[in-house]
Ligand binder design. Structure first.
Ligand code: AHR
Length: 321
């Protein structure tokens, strides 16, 4: 590292530390949240508020109601207030460069939570998220072993168009199943990560596919859409979990209830606690300039009805859900 780079790092660190101490003993952090489209999202919001409270952080919360323009406005507001750091869960991947540059110019570190961005890595401090391609692969591998050599037509309910979990969960699932000629993905459509839309999309799939007789499995990019799909399958007079297999991602309490009822077959857990690792990384950075890894990756564990779903439900209830 040359002397100019060292001086630049020292200067930006000094500014960060000064702005931290400016807030006396309380760190002020802005959090631009996407909205409350799913049970998982609501849990992430409440866990983040709790993690901030536990650490004595003054958290400024802004709900973007699913709109990127609201997130950009909120981030600009945080910059104008001179917060010490910004957390953002980016609703879609593209369109962040300008506002992230503004935060960088103001020496305010930005941490991404649970979703990624298509922007240069030097514009944010770190990203705390799961490996979303792996989540799709874990779900796909589960289906591959569940169906064996039997033919299986899959319908897919995707997440929000343009969001990294929708893009990557599709990619990972495709990679796992497309090598198996007996498994075909016959329909894919967005359910926008909501329960209501998941139900509506599944109703369309059932109608289009002979009332569901031709569908072997539904892969939903989150549990809420899977729960909506389960309702649609029941309304169509079929048994979810038996007539049509259900595999999804998140590990929220409702999917464990569905497993207990025999109506869901597998879910890949996503922790709602992204804020804990984010605040740890931020504290170390502000204390002595420790630069965290660019990606802090959370675990992606598969759960099935063989994994004590009632116990998993009980363990999660009250943890922000
Ligand atoms: O970005 C994480 C995804 O967003 C969760 O899987 C989903 O439930 C949420 O809405």
């Amino acid at each position: 590292m040359n002397i100019i780079t060292k001086l630049a790092i020292a200067a930006s660190l000094a500014t960060a530390l000064t702005s931290a101490s400016f807030a006396a003993d309380k760190l002020v952090v802005g959090f631009s949240q996407i909205g409350s489209e799913s049970g998982w999202r609501a849990a992430e919001t409440s866990v983040t508020k709790q993690q901030a409270a536990d650490r004595g952080i003054d958290l400024k919360f802004a709900d973007a109601q699913q709109k990127q323009e609201n997130q950009i406005k909120a981030i600009r507001g945080f910059i104008a207030q001179g917060v010490n750091a910004i957390l953002v869960a980016p609703v879609v991947a593209t369109g962040w460069d300008d506002v992230l540059k503004e935060a960088k110019e103001a020496n305010i570190p930005v941490i991404l939570l649970d979703r990624g961005v298509d922007a240069p890595e030097d514009l944010y401090l770190t990203s705390v998220a799961s490996d979303q391609v792996k989540e799709g692969t874990v779900a796909g591998n589960w289906l591959v072993s569940a169906v064996g050599d039997a033919p299986c037509k899959v319908v897919e309910i995707e997440g929000t168009v343009g969001s990294t979990p929708a893009i990557n969960r599709k990619k990972g699932f495709d990679e796992a199943v497309l090598a198996h000629a007996n498994i075909t993905i016959i329909r894919s459509q967005t359910g926008e990560f909501t329960r209501a839309k998941g139900k509506e999309v599944m109703e369309g799939f059932l109608k289009a596919e002979n009332g569901g007789a031709d569908i072997c499995a539904v892969y939903a990019h989150n549990d809420d859409m899977a729960v909506g799909a389960i309702q649609a399958i029941k309304d169509a007079g079929l048994k979810p979990g038996t007539d049509i297999k259900v595999v999804s991602i998140d590990g929220v309490p409702d999917i464990f209830s569905a497993m207990v009822a025999g109506e869901a077959n597998a879910s890949v857990e996503l922790t709602p606690n992204m804020a804990g690792p984010a605040f740890d990384a931020l504290a170390a950075y502000l204390k002595d300039g420790t630069v965290p890894p660019k990606f802090i990756v959370t675990e992606s564990k598969l759960y099935t009805p063989a994994d004590n779903p009632q116990g998993e439900y009980d363990a999660r209830k009250g943890l922000g859900y």
